[in-house]
Design a protein around this ligand. Structure first.
Ligand SMILES: *[C@@H]1O[C@H](CO)[C@@H](O)[C@H](O)[C@H]1NC(C)=O
Ligand SMILES: *[C@@H]1O[C@H](CO)[C@@H](O)[C@H](O)[C@H]1NC(C)=O
Ligand SMILES: *[C@@H]1O[C@H](CO)[C@@H](O)[C@H](O)[C@H]1NC(C)=O
Ligand SMILES: *[C@@H]1O[C@H](CO)[C@@H](O)[C@H](O)[C@H]1NC(C)=O
Ligand SMILES: *[C@@H]1O[C@H](CO)[C@@H](O)[C@H](O)[C@H]1NC(C)=O
Length: 366
């Protein structure tokens, strides 16, 4: 295993120093004179190794609706098109993260960190799986609705393999928590089943990283973290989109979007772990929360299937991470809310913020 401390210093440096490499060549595509590969029936979405994307050119863009939706009740009233449009837009970011990693790195970039010689292979296979998710989500959007295309994304890993691997854990865990929210929006049983199956796959990716890359306990306690308001998490992935690079046909993402203020925290005054004091910040200067004078606000922390509400100081922006939560397991998600427990999405005033707990060494760095 590579030296964690040295790796983390590098990550901290890179995080504070956003790179500009966009790696757009990941979108070079393969030839199309063959029958369409089907996820679950093709090595392209499972075991294929190679820098070239597994996706055919016709799937690497926005795909217009082929039928007009009208009064016909099967045309848009009772489908999960909106959910899958949101999910496909998120998936483009996740797929692109892996395609960029495949483009940027080689086996040696990982072995020279002391990591197993299969690390680069795994990154390629996860890329294959994510390309399969793109195809699965495209196929779940009916012909009455547009299938959103990819934008350009900047994940700020600056060709550094260690910061890339740190970002990987954060993305896998965050995607597992937005899937627990999306499933609550699903109308069709088949959608719910597909979302569970996808979450299981993301969980395998994360377990692989915890074992092989981070040499840590791969388990996250009895349950990963549930957060019901998925679109709030999806909105935070907009930070990776290079401005004005999305296909102009794409619908707004996510839809609907509450546009609530983003949440961050001061890293040098906390451990970011259960029991620790925490001071929040609202980094988007153009979108600040408004706290009504004399009203109580709360920090609501989610971990596993439960949440715990803690007082929030509206002047100092301080609170405390509940000491009840398991140490070093999975993630804790925090929001600022106008009601204890934030029982409806309208009560969320800022956030969500993901506090990564596992691997513990990354809590303050991603
Ligand atoms: C409604 O749409 C379905 C699926 O496209 C089609 O089979 C059906 O004939 C349509 N019904 C009407 C009344 O247009
Ligand atoms: C990886 O290392 C193992 C031994 O640790 C070796 O048997 C295997 O051939 C190596 N594979 C590659 C692709 O280098
Ligand atoms: C989902 O499955 C349940 C249990 O089988 C069934 O009662 C319900 O009608 C199904 N819902 C839809 C929308 O198909
Ligand atoms: C903590 O970091 C902030 C900037 O994020 C800085 O203003 C502050 O002085 C630091 N505090 C300590 C105790 O290092
Ligand atoms: C938080 O927990 C409370 C109490 O169990 C529950 O009523 C509330 O709906 C939960 N909040 C969310 C956002 O799930």
């Amino acid at each position: 295993m590579f030296s964690l401390t040295a790796g983390l210093l590098l990550i901290a440096g890179v995080t504070a120093f956003p790179g500009n490499s966009l790696h757009s060549h990941g979108l070079a595509s393969r030839d199309t004179n063959q029958p369409d590969p089907v996820p679950g029936q093709s090595p392209l979405f499972a075991t294929y190794l190679g820098k070239q994307t597994p996706l055919q050119a016709k799937y690497l863009k926005a795909i217009p609706a082929t039928q007009k939706s009208g009064r016909n009740s099967s045309s848009g009233q009772f489908n999960d098109d909106n959910l899958f449009q949101n999910l496909l837009s998120a998936e483009w970011a996740i797929y692109s993260f892996y395609q960029q990693g495949v483009d940027a790195f080689s086996t040696q970039d990982f072995t020279k960190l002391g990591l197993p010689n299969t690390t680069y292979e795994r990154i390629q296979q996860i890329r294959d799986n994510e390309a399969g998710h793109v195809r699965i989500f495209q196929d779940h959007i009916s012909s009455f609705s547009l299938k959103p295309g990819p934008c350009k994304y900047d994940f700020r890993f600056g060709e550094n393999a260690e910061s890339y691997l740190a970002m990987q854990v954060l993305l896998e865990l965050s995607s597992m928590s937005f899937l627990t929210g999306l499933i609550q929006q699903a109308k069709l049983n088949s959608t719910k089943a597909a979302l569970v199956a996808i979450a299981e796959t993301e969980s395998r990716h994360n377990a692989w990283a915890l074992i092989d890359v981070w040499n840590s306990n791969p388990f996250a306690g009895p349950s990963d973290t549930i957060y019901p308001y998925a679109n709030q998490i999806l909105d935070s992935t907009n930070a990776f989109i290079v401005p004005r690079t999305c296909p102009k046909e794409n619908p707004p993402y996510p839809f609907p979007n509450q546009h609530i203020p983003t949440l961050d925290f001061v890293r040098n005054t906390t451990t970011g772990r259960p029991g620790a004091a925490i001071q929040f910040t609202f980094p988007d200067q153009t979108n600040q929360p408004h706290f009504e004078y004399g009203k109580e606000y709360h920090a609501v922390f989610f971990h596993g299937v439960n949440n715990i509400t803690v007082p929030f100081d509206t002047t100092k922006h301080t609170s405390r991470i509940p000491k009840e939560f398991d140490q070093a397991t999975g993630l804790i998600l925090a929001v600022i809310a106008s009601e204890p427990g934030a029982p409806m999405e309208e009560f969320v005033v800022a956030g969500p913020l993901v506090l990564l707990q596992q691997p513990e060494g990354l809590t303050l760095l991603v």
